[in-house]
Design a protein around this ligand. Structure first.
Ligand code: AGP
Length: 610
């Protein structure tokens, strides 16, 4: 998704903008650009492809000036090209934009009829011309942006410069994210926190339909209708180092290795080992609320959806309530039956995924209560939700989610225990086993990470050239099979399918031969014997078997071409330990193939288009 940065201060803007764009690279992009006020003019440099191309263009064409905006573009309207890259200029105005202007065709016709010539195929250029039309009518920049935005339908985060008011950047948002960074000497804006971390930890999250004027030493906030807004800034405790690679070859590998810490931070202060319970005061739901819930509906996309499938199993098992895990994108537009008595749990690493946001919003409008599980504080989904239960995984930069998935699993299991305890569905013994076991999981993962990485680096070579890979699991291992397949697909571009092991004989078995590796998840749980039978069925079709087995499981290991051992755990905790080798397998195959692990082709970290 597109990334925006802006700077107003007394230092040279271009290097700060470029640095901010680099920190937003994980969002995915195909072109980039910056615009800076220089001596009464707006100077623009844009380039297609990676940021190094923009950097080169800036070396050939240096920009001087202390106020500017920058952008990484992920094409939606108009192919990736220099002309379509942002910023877009119209007269004295420059605009960068993240989102989609839905009525752009209609507005384009209207503007062209008014004599405004377009130079790109983008929807964004329309916004620049709309603002220009308003300034031509004599309005100041703030008023012009307000009036321009009143004419657009769709989603946006924008930052606007004008040669007529060179000391400021105007920012506004609807649905797409925008955060303002506040320091004594300068104001910043960006699509996401990591872009601003080296400069300030004091931030303010713009709400929908708000607009702000950023000047070097102050900012003012108001609604699009013009009502002043007073809101405190928040202190963000993430350090810039948390968003750097720290010696790892890729962010994804660093984030896989950070999982014990991400889990510890997420569990901290929440697991109440003394009473085998979960302290969830922060959620703001009372014991009475817990008793009134009739059904739980989990909404999410992609990896977060896989966490919710595990969440569904935990909720049913530990609370006795019916739970369903829905793809947010499928929940929408079909008039889903939902309402009072339903608790919706919307799960999202970014907290900004538009499908999840819109689906949760629809559920709320129909009377359901919405609980957000998100990693980015103050992001859109927690803001619209009735209650929030944040994961504390720290910034996740790799496009392929790993540590946030781990933290989502933790929050979903903790919430299930909390709800189960309130509803009297979990007894002390069961709760003690799970709570105690969960507290030990970070250590169980930590002690095997290095050796698992080494053994996967080794065994992966035999299978890395496969064109198709099948992942099988039952019960809680089924969503991990889905996640293992998604990880492999997204970063190594190998076709992979995650399947419920019992479903293999209903179709995918036809694919099996000596060229198809099958990765079977075999924790020692209630499904073990049946999963072992499925493994043998695959083996009988000459498929190559890689098993994820509990340490010392010689019975399963004897039936495999290769195996990776996981620590024994309570069966409710198996997802935490079994997903790690799957993440490492995907990573090692991708690294072996030399793909762009942290920014896989066509993918974006935060998906703010439908
Ligand atoms: C994860 O590896 C993916 N890149 C993707 O599926 C992601 O999980 C999905 O887009 C949802 O994002 P969210 O958690 O920020 O809502």
């Amino acid at each position: 998704m597109c990334g925006i940065v802006g700077y107003v201060g007394d230092e040279q803007a271009a290097p700060i903008l470029l640095d901010g764009l680099r920190r937003l690279e994980y969002r995915g992009y195909d072109s980039a650009g910056v615009a800076v006020h220089d001596d009464g003019r707006i100077e623009l440099v844009r380039a297609v492809g990676k940021l190094r191309n923009l950097e080169k263009a800036l070396t050939e064409n240096p920009l001087t000036g202390t106020v500017g905006v920058g952008h990484t573009r992920w094409a939606t309207h108009g192919r990736p090209s220099e002309i379509n890259a942002h910023p877009h200029i119209a007269g004295p105005i420059a605009v960068v934009h993240n989102g989609i202007i839905e009525n752009h065709l209609e507005l384009r016709q209207e503007l062209e009829a008014d004599g405004f010539g377009m130079s790109s195929d983008t929807d964004t250029e329309i916004v620049a011309h709309l603002v220009h039309r308003e300034t031509k009518a004599g309005r100041d920049l703030l008023d012009a942006v307000r009036r321009a935005l009143a004419q657009v339908e769709g989603t946006y985060a924008i930052a606007v410069l004008s040669t007529e008011q060179v000391d400021r950047v105007i920012v506004a948002k609807n649905a797409s994210p925008l955060v303002i960074g506040v320091s004594r000497e300068a104001m910043y804006c960006a699509s996401d926190i990591p872009a601003l971390l080296p400069y300030t930890d004091e931030m303010l999250f713009l709400e929908d339909d708000e607009i702000a004027v950023l000047e070097a030493t102050r900012f003012s906030l108001s609604t699009l209708e013009g009502a002043p807004v007073e809101r405190e800034t928040q202190r963000i405790s993430w350090s810039p180092v948390m968003a750097e690679k720290a010696g790892y070859k890729h962010f994804m590998l660093k984030e896989i290795f950070e999982q014990p810490r991400a889990l510890e931070d997420t569990l901290r202060g929440r697991l109440d080992r003394e009473s085998a319970d979960v302290n969830a005061l922060e959620i703001g739901l009372t014991d009475e609320d817990a008793k009134k819930i009739e059904r739980v509906v989990l909404l999410a996309c992609g990896t977060s959806h896989h966490a919710t499938v595990a969440g569904r199993y935990w909720i049913e098992e530990l609370t006795g309530l019916q739970a369903i895990a829905e793809l947010a994108s499928e929940f929408r537009g079909r008039d889903a039956v939902i309402g009072e008595g339903d608790l919706v749990i919307a799960v999202s690493q970014s907290g900004e995924t538009i499908d999840t946001l819109m689906a949760a919003r629809e559920a709320k409008q129909k009377g359901a209560k919405v609980l957000a599980i998100a990693n980015v504080i103050g992001s859109a989904i927690p803001r619209m939700a009735d209650a929030s239960f944040y994961t504390h995984a720290g910034p996740e930069i790799g496009v392929a989610s790993t540590k946030c998935f781990m933290a989502q699993l933790a929050n979903l299991l903790m919430f299930s225990i909390w709800l189960g305890r309130r509803r009297g569905a979990v007894d002390d013994a069961q709760a003690t086993e799970i709570v105690e076991g969960l507290a030990r999981v970070p250590h169980l993962i930590e002690e095997r990470l290095q050796s698992t990485h080494e053994s996967i680096k080794d065994l992966m070579r035999t299978f890395a050239d496969a064109h198709d890979v099948l992942f099988l699991g039952r019960g809680l291992s089924f969503p991990m099979a889905l996640e293992g397949a998604l990880k492999l697909k997204e970063i190594s571009y190998v076709h992979a399918e995650g399947y419920a092991a019992g479903e293999m004989k209903h179709g995918p078995i036809a694919l099996l031969d000596a060229h198809v590796p099958v990765i079977v998840l075999l924790p020692r749980d209630r499904h073990y014997d049946r999963s072992l039978s499925n493994l043998q069925e695959a083996r009988a079709r000459e498929a190559k078997i890689i098993a994820i087995t509990v340490e010392g499981d010689s019975q399963a290991q004897a039936l495999c071409d290769a195996f990776v051992e996981i620590a024994p755990t309570h069966e409710a905790l198996t997802p935490f330990v079994s997903v790690v080798p799957l993440q490492l397998y995907a990573y090692c195959v991708a690294d072996h193939k030399g793909t762009d692990v942290d920014q896989p082709r066509n993918l974006a970290k935060t998906v703010t288009v439908e």
